[in-house]
Design a protein. Structure first.
Length: 287
């Protein structure tokens, strides 16, 4: 892993507010040895990181980067591709795999065993987030009256599924869930918008001001949300704080920055592009 220290200008995008002080982060580049692309997706409170990597030929494997710096490859038995997306504090990991054909969700237990699952009646199932209670979120594709569409889902600890659709939108994608049960993701309604689904069942649309598309990917116990937003030239990372203020950031030298996960310590993981190569990153506050 390559480490470098850099301060970035973090500014509020809320109308009428002045720019806050600069934030300081220590950035760590994450590259799985031998990979041609590395994508960091989730991080837990102890600093364990999960994601996936690509090898020559296009095959993808999940990975777990442990706190001692060691990498463990994750691969659902019989899969053509495996991608890990979320990890909780117990070390349970969720993601999705391709069975060639067919896309299914998986849960990897702390003992290393895999449990696969599918939303009933779905054409495909992709899991992305898991909280400390074991609740899992993601999205699935299903056939409805208007054809095939994607819907978010919540898989509860009792095995029950709840379909998530932002009212008036189609499709809906759920990506992150915290211990309170707050869920974040994105939806399409005349453009791509992020959303927060609160515990009372209410949806709030989240849009970085000036963005042409906003994607929320992760939420921690404090309610801080991370993701990325699009402008015509590139994507940028953002953090939405509990007071409603946005800060944005870019990895130095990157042509594209996407934040995907945040833990309760405020550490952020994601990926950035440097030319034609994609690297994972860890951003630790207070560098």
């Amino acid at each position: 892993m390559q480490r470098f220290l850099c301060g970035f200008a973090a500014w509020s995008l809320l109308v009428g507010l002045t720019a806050p002080a600069q934030a300081q982060y220590t950035y760590t580049t994450i590259d799985v040895p031998g990979a041609i692309g590395t994508y960091a997706q989730g991080i837990n409170a102890s600093g364990q990181i999960v994601g996936y990597y690509e090898v020559a030929g296009g095959r993808t494997y999940g990975f777990l980067l442990d706190v001692d710096g060691s990498y463990i490859t994750l691969d659902v038995p019989g899969a053509c591709d495996t991608r890990a997306s979320g990890i909780n504090d117990a070390g349970q990991i969720v993601g999705w795999y391709s069975a060639c054909p067919g896309v299914h969700g998986f849960l990897r237990g702390v003992d290393g065993s895999y449990t696969t699952f599918d939303v009933p009646g779905a054409l495909s199932t992709s899991a992305y987030g898991i909280n400390n209670s074991g609740q899992i979120v993601g999205w699935h594709r299903a056939v409805g009256p208007l054809g095939e569409y994607d819907h978010g889902f919540l898989l509860d600890v009792d095995g029950s599924y709840t379909t998530l659709d932002v009212p008036g939108s189609m499709p809906t994608y759920a990506y992150g869930i915290n211990d309170a049960g707050q869920i974040v993701g994105s939806h399409v309604a005349g453009g791509r918008h992020a959303f927060l689904l609160d515990v009372d069942g209410s949806y709030t649309t989240l849009d970085v001001p000036g963005a042409i598309g906003t994607y929320a990917q992760g939420i921690n116990a404090s309610g801080q949300t991370v993701g990325y937003y699009e402008q015509p030239d590139r994507a940028h990372g953002f953090v939405l704080d509990v007071d409603g203020s946005y800060t944005t950031f870019d990895i130095p030298g990157a042509t594209d920055t996407q934040a995907w996960g945040i833990n309760d310590n405020g550490q952020i993981v994601g990926q950035y592009s440097e030319g034609n190569t994609v690297h994972g990153f860890l951003a630790t506050p207070g560098g």
